[in-house]
Design a protein around this ligand. Structure first.
Ligand code: T6T
Length: 312
């Protein structure tokens, strides 16, 4: 199979191949190409990517594409590079593996996160994460009466999505809320126990802490546990990012007060479409921004279609 038939949708990453090749490979009846797709997630242990997989899987089936889902079981570059040669969990560390793929004639489409070299991929599909941070700031400010002490609990520096959320949150706080003090961001390495510990130690040091923005689903769940451990349910208001089953439970138990949900299934669907277009020489959309929705305990009747799945 020659590389001119390969496409990779990054990271999460979709690898696209055709069974038809110059080495006498078989083609489908009528000469149509048979494509093979692999979605390589930032981590397979995260319902954001599980839900993205559901969207990609359904679209691949609709387009008659052979499909598989893979990725490391922890969201970090060292465990990912060996697995994929692609799918950026870090804005710099994945540039070389992705450049290798491009120079091998493989088409690259970036979904969710991206690297600091915009020339590699043919399409980028993600939420508007800066806007997500602004939405989180406005939602949290409303919850705490626009005064108090807040902090962002984040994953790791160097992840395009969560860095943008942090930036959007801080910009909005600085511009709009002079009576809210923002403590320095703390990072949990996508580890719930670490996020819980960050919450309890910060609350011990800052008893006036009354708000948290948890920048992804793993951070939100850890912060939720920390709030329970610190017996601060209701005292510390939390806005989380993402909407997976545990976070929805925390919302209904008043452990967190709002969630900013992305549309991972749509990101997966669009990823497949753009990858196939790229391979079939059809027009490819360079950048696709998917919407965000704020979910609260009271608006679930109209927002439950944005809840993430734990299986397809
Ligand atoms: O928030 C999503 C994703 O957008 C981000 O890039 C990494 O974390 C998640 O997968 C949720 O855990």
């Amino acid at each position: 199979m020659s590389n001119k038939h390969l496409a990779v949708v990054a990271v999460a990453v979709l690898a696209l191949t055709t069974a038809a090749c110059s080495s006498g490979g078989k083609t489908t009846s009528g000469g149509a190409k048979h494509w093979k797709v692999t979605l390589i997630a930032g981590t397979t242990a995260d319902n954001f990517y599980v839900t993205m997989n559901c969207g990609a899987q359904a679209e691949a089936k609709k387009l008659g594409v052979t499909y598989q889902f893979t990725g490391p079981n922890h969201f970090d570059a060292p465990t990912q590079i060996p697995v994929v040669l692609i799918a950026p969990t870090d804005v710099d560390a994945l540039i070389q593996p992705m450049k290798q793929m491009k120079s091998a004639g493989i088409k690259v489409v970036e979904v969710d996160t991206h690297v600091n070299d915009a020339s590699i991929s043919v399409s980028k599909i993600a939420s508007d994460n800066l806007k997500g941070g602004v939405l989180a700031a406005d939602t949290l400010a409303q919850l705490i009466g626009s005064k108090g002490t807040v902090m962002v609990v984040n994953v790791n520096p160097g992840i395009s999505t969560t860095d943008a959320r942090d930036q959007g949150f801080k910009q909005q706080m600085a511009e709009k809320y002079p009576d809210i003090k923002v403590l320095p961001t703390q990072y949990d390495n996508d580890d719930q126990a670490k996020a819980a510990q960050i919450l309890t130690s910060t609350y011990a040091a800052h008893p006036d802490l009354n708000g948290i923005f948890a920048a992804n689903t793993i951070s939100a769940e850890g912060v939720g546990t920390g709030i329970k451990n610190a017996a601060a349910t209701g005292k510390i208001k939390t806005v989380g990012f993402d909407a997976e089953p545990q976070s929805i439970q925390d919302l209904n138990n008043d452990v967190v007060q709002a969630l900013i949900a992305q549309q991972p299934a749509k990101i997966g669907t669009d990823g497949i479409d753009q990858a196939v277009n790229a391979l079939e020489g059809k027009p490819v959309v360079a950048t696709i921004g998917t919407d965000l929705v704020a979910i609260t305990k009271d608006n679930q009747a109209t927002t439950n279609q944005y809840f993430y799945k734990s299986s397809c």
